[in-house]
Ligand binder design. Structure first.
Ligand SMILES: *Cc1c(COP(=O)(O)O)cnc(C)c1O
Length: 458
């Protein structure tokens, strides 16, 4: 008999989960103005708001914390991290930052100026925020099939190289800040980008003389998909694949809170010393001296360790299998979910789930609210709220995408928790006909409004 696979770790410490009642949750979500970000985590049973910074560190990482060197300059923890980054990504130069968006802030302070274009696949919300904040434009050149939620494609996160070339051809070189490819493509549903596609982007970057940056939060999951789906990679080690992926890029931004399995941290990797030097000045202004940049020595130590643990094939297989289990359960119940399943999350298609809620009433947000009320599960809206208003017309941007994302934290929940989540979603699905109206905004911020928006039920 073929032995079943299992998680390559066991539990050493546990945290209790409070079981709330439906009546309690109805009050709490109303008090939170129907914004799940406003809920106290004590009010959440299973928290699938994000997989960012929510992972469980290993005993080795906790041990590394104890050996953190808190020297202001030249700490050994900095060198531990530098060595790990060099070994895992191949980049010679790096700057630590307090998280991924800080890496974007520092790097874009060098690369992005008013009126610029930043083409790539789908930009993550903070990436787009940092681009638009500088009055530049993020151009989404993702392949069209990514928006067909049922279409089977092994690399739905890919860049459409024709679309990208159009942008590069039509615009003067000075107007293109850089190309940014996000691995995996979070906004398109945690979908991977193939090695062939990264190679293609590199060729275009060379042909048009522009820099190519990888937004790398889930680079290890991307490598797992390349190993398991792309021809020629089945027998390659995850770390070899990772090195090849990064070999095509001039630099990377990293939110370490994802695939490096730490609770806080980020960095920028650079191939070229000149860009590193320019970015160092902004790192010092915004983050801190270049050998700590917003991170404690202990956190750099835990991150160094996490880069190795996060690129372990057995670990990645167990994680991506668990996300797939949640997806498969929901699919069995008839719930419309985006396929193929992403690496870190399952996405419910709210337009298909709630057919009578008008698109102006934030269908994905009301669905996320109903799933919370039903079973205390916190997911997040990826739809019109998150898309913000058009910076010029100030109209809502209807992208045609109304998704509820259920992101699975790393090494935190069991398969039983996933079964519970799927059952809760099924109970909402069974009463979907009774959900006819959505929400209205009563207060919002001009940018990244989904974090703080206040809503009321219609
Ligand atoms: C999380 C994330 C970021 C931003 O990182 P933070 O650590 O949350 O600031 C940027 N890009 C991608 C793809 C991400 O997933």
């Amino acid at each position: 008999m073929k032995l079943p696979s299992f998680e390559p770790f066991k539990t050493k410490m546990v945290e209790p989960i409070y079981r709330s009642t439906r009546e309690e949750r109805e009050v709490w979500i109303k008090d939170a103005h129907f914004n799940l970000f406003n809920l106290r985590s004590d009010y959440v049973t299973i928290d699938l708001l994000t997989d960012s910074g929510t992972g469980a560190m290993s005993d080795r990482q906790w041990a590394a914390l104890m050996q953190g060197d808190e020297s202001y300059a030249g700490a050994s923890s900095y060198y531990n991290l530098k060595d790990a980054i060099k070994e895992i990504t191949g980049f010679n130069y790096f700057l630590p930052t307090h998280q991924g968006r800080a890496a974007e802030n520092v790097l874009f302070s060098v690369l992005v100026k008013e009126g610029d274009l930043v083409p790539g696949n789908s930009h993550f919300d903070t990436t787009k925020g940092h681009i638009e904040f500088r009055k530049a434009e993020a151009v989404d050149c993702t392949i069209d099939i990514a928006y067909d939620f049922k279409a089977r494609h092994p690399f739905k996160g890919n860049v459409d190289l024709n679309k990208l070339e159009e942008v590069l051809k039509k615009n003067p070189r000075e107007k293109i800040s850089c190309i940014i490819v996000t691995i995996t493509n979070n906004t398109a549903g945690g979908q991977p980008v193939s090695m062939a596609n990264l190679k293609g982007v590199r060729q275009l970057a060379d042909r048009y003389g522009v820099k190519f940056i990888l937004d790398s939060a889930r680079f290890a999951e991307n490598a797992w998909f390349i190993k398991t789906r792309e021809e020629g990679y089945a027998n390659r080690e995850i770390r070899e694949i990772v090195l090849e992926m990064f070999s095509y890029a001039d630099g990377m931004t990293m939110s370490s809170k994802k695939d490096a399995i730490v609770n806080m941290g980020g960095f920028i990797g650079f191939r070229d010393e000149d860009l590193f030097q320019k970015a160092s000045m902004f790192n010092i202004i915004f983050e801190g001296f270049i050998t700590y940049g917003g991170m404690s020595g202990r956190d750099m130590n835990a991150l160094a360790r996490g880069l190795y643990e996060g690129t372990d094939f057995e670990y990645l297989s167990s994680r991506i299998r668990q996300v797939g289990l949640l997806g498969a359960r929901m699919k069995d119940y008839g719930i419309p979910v985006l396929e193929p399943f992403g690496g870190h999350a399952i996405f419910i298609d709210a337009l298909d789930f709630l057919r009578s809620v008008p698109k102006e009433e934030f269908p994905a947000q009301i669905l996320a609210v109903e799933i919370y009320i039903e079973g205390g599960i916190r997911g997040t809206e990826i739809g019109t709220l998150m898309a913000d208003r058009d910076p010029v017309t100030r109209e809502n941007r209807f992208t045609g995408r109304e998704l509820v994302r259920l992101a699975v934290p790393r090494r935190v929940y069991s398969d039983n928790h996933m079964d519970y989540v799927a059952a809760v979603a099924k109970n909402v699905f069974d009463r979907k006909e009774s959900i006819k109206r959505g929400l209205r905004i009563i207060k919002e911020a001009p940018i990244l409004r989904h974090f703080t928006v206040e809503l009321e039920k219609l």
